[in-house]
Structure formats: structure tokens, C-alpha cells
Design a protein. Structure first.
Ligand code: PEP
Ligand code: MN
Length: 339
């Protein structure tokens, strides 16, 4: 249930509603929008009559949410969530958020070179993995904390924010020193211990759609993080498995407008994992922006032919910079901007 308060509801009225909701056995999540306050009442609860809440002073409207996700629902924050990274960089606002970088951190030389290239092309966020969830246990597993150190140094030199994958709750504390956004990979979208742990801290979380997950399952995974009190969640469409096997995955572009309608959370697209082939990344990146994505996650490598992971889907610095130029032309057509 979502309780929308009147624009001129007083703090006392809001508090009385909160007390009543808590007394009825719900947890309360408060969203203070530009014009009015919205209260999300969630939890396992006894029978209740939502009209009881409609009658409380200061209440404008009570909406019973029939979808299983509540806090992730658009009703909870109709104006949309903007995740603020600082220094004027946001995800979910008018400006498109582009995170670019290699699949994995490999060496100081590699990560510094790529950081310089992606910053020059206009990206504000650097992506790179130090803990890699590889399908084979014999494949390169990432450089761990040493990799994160290299990534942070390279990103700081270029004034870039950092997003990197966390695979286990035990890594959160250590990784907090190095990352600005925690990435939850497709393989961990339903690792509920990890999601709960990320809900108990305040750094933004980039939650990737599982390769066999429905949109509803993705939003329910987001709900785990939100219900812990961390509202800084960004969703990511990274391709799903379908009967079509020409490309690595099927990038579900339609999921972008569907999610925009269902949820207030920002959604970015990852055309690199979504296609698995470098030549297909620019057209899918352009399509995602045209479809309303709030940003992109793109793999870029200075020497893709020798990359330790995902070289085939990594753009060269030149290809990335050309793509950014094209996105700057497309963005205004859909009321967005890319500086
Ligand atoms: C990645 O971003 O490098 C990655 C492993 O992505 P995914 O979890 O989508 O496969
Ligand atoms: Mn990758």
C-alpha cells in the first residue's frame, strides 16, 4: 500500500499516519518528493482496511499495489529516482550516464590507458571487474583487491567514478574503500544474502538482470535492496537467454520502456554482454538510448585482441569515442543530453 499525503500535510499529520501504519504491522518507507510525501507500507501484515488510512488527516490518496514489488513500484516515487554520485554526476536525470571500461582490470598500464580514453570521450564512470564470475573455474578470475587499487588510482587521475562487481557479502566492507557503485552481476541477481547486505549500506547498487530472469524477478530483487533502506538502485538490462543463439544474448530493449512504466528506478543498458560482439554494440547502444535508457554500461579495451576477458565484445577507444558522438546526436531527440 502506498499512502500519498496532501501537499500541505503537516509533519504531525505525517507522523500520525506513520504511527498508525506501524501499529498495523507494516514497515514504513518514506519518500519526500518535490511537492508531497509518499509513504510506502510494506511487510507481511494482518488483514486491514485501506479506507481506515484514507480517513486520516492529511492523506490525499491510498493506493493498493497489487504488484508483488512495492518500493520499486512507480507509485512509490512517480517522479522517478535520480541517483546522485556527486560532482554533478547523476543516473536517472536528463543527462545520460555512461560507464565504460574493460571487462577486467588487468594491469596498471591497461587500466590507466583505458581510463584516459573513456574520460576523454566523455564517460563519467569507469567500469572494470576485479572479482570475475567466470563460467569456467579455469578462466581468469580477476585481480581481487590489488585490481581495485589499480582501478581507483586510474579513475581518480581522470576524475571518474568507479563501478565494480561484488560477488559476496564478505567483500562489501573492503570494496567500499574503492568503489562508488557496487555492481551485482547477472549470476548473482538472486543471491538474496548479497542483496540484503547491499540494502544495509548506502552506496548505489547497479543490479544486472539475470540471464533467465523476468522483469518482475528483476524488480523483486531490487525490492530486497530497497526494503533494507538503500534507495540508490540502478537496474541494468544486459541481455537474456532465448531460443535465438546467433548472438551471446538477446538484449531485451523492450524491457526499458516496460521498466520505466513499472518502476521509478533508473535503468541502463549493457549492449556489450547483451550482444557479445563488438560490431553489434554501437547499434544496440543507440537503440537503448532511443528507447529511453538512462545510461549505458560499455566494455572498452585498449587492446581487445589480447584482453583477458570479453575481448570480442570490447570496443576500441576509437570506436567508443565515435559511439559517444552518435549518442550526442540521438539524446536530444528523446529529451536527454550527453555532455
Ligand atoms: C560484467 O559486467 O563484466 C559481467 C560479468 O556482466 P554480467 O554479470 O552481466 O554477465
Ligand atoms: Mn564482461
Amino acid at each position: 500500500m502506498v499512502i500519498v499525503m496532501h501537499e500541505d500535510a503537516t509533519d504531525e499529520q505525517i507522523q500520525r499516519v506513520i504511527d498508525r501504519v506501524v501499529a498495523s504491522g507494516f514497515d514504513v518507507h518514506r519518500s519526500t518528493g518535490a511537492s508531497h510525501t509518499v509513504l510506502g507500507a510494506v511487510g507481511v501484515h494482518r488483514d486491514f482496511d485501506h479506507r481506515d488510512f484514507e480517513l486520516l488527516e492529511g492523506v490525499r490518496e491510498v493506493i493498493r499495489i497489487t504488484q508483488p514489488f512495492k518500493l520499486a513500484s512507480r507509485h512509490f516515487k512517480p517522479e522517478g529516482t535520480i541517483v546522485d554520485l556527486g560532482r554533478g554526476v547523476t543516473i536517472g536525470g536528463r543527462e545520460l550516464a555512461v560507464a565504460a571500461g574493460p571487462c577486467s582490470v588487468e594491469s596498471p598500464e591497461q587500466i590507466n590507458t583505458v581510463a584516459e580514453c573513456v574520460a576523454k570521450a566523455g564517460a563519467k564512470i569507469m567500469r572494470a571487474g576485479a572479482f570475475k564470475p567466470r563460467t569456467s573455474p579455469y578462466a581468469f578470475q580477476g585481480l581481487g583487491e590489488k585490481g581495485l587499487q589499480m582501478l581507483r588510482i586510474a579513475a581518480d587521475k581522470q576524475k571518474l567514478f568507479v563501478v565494480s562487481e561484488v560477488m559476496d557479502p564478505s567483500q562489501i566492507h573492503m570494496m567500499s574503500q574503492y568503489v562508488d557503485i557496487f555492481q551485482v552481476g547477472a549470476r548473482n541477481m538472486q543471491n538474496y544474502f548479497l542483496l540484503r547486505a547491499l540494502g544495509e549500506q548506502q552506496k548505489p547498487v547497479l543490479l544486472k538482470r539475470g540471464m533467465s530472469a523476468t522483469i518482475e524477478e528483476l524488480l523483486l530483487s531490487a525490492e530486497y535492496i530497497l526494503s533494507g533502506g538503500n534507495y540508490n538502485v540502478v537496474l541494468c538490462e544486459r541481455g537474456i537467454r532465448t531460443f535465438e543463439n546467433y548472438l551471446r544474448n538477446t538484449l531485451d530493449i523492450a524491457a526499458i520502456p516496460v521498466i520505466k512504466k513499472l518502476s521509478h528506478l533508473p535503468i541502463v543498458a549493457d549492449p556489450s554482454h547483451g550482444t557479445g560482439r563488438r560490431d553489434k554494440v554501437p547499434p544496440m547502444a543507440r537503440a537503448a538510448v532511443a528507447a529511453g535508457a538512462d545510461g549505458l554500461l560499455i566494455e572498452v579495451h585498449n587492446d581487445p585482441d589480447h584482453a583477458l576477458s570479453d575481448g570480442a565484445q570490447s570496443l576500441t577507444p576509437l570506436e567508443f569515442s565515435q559511439l559517444m558522438g552518435e549518442l550526442r546526436i540521438i539524446a536530444p531527440a528523446v529529451d536527454r543530453h550527453l555532455s
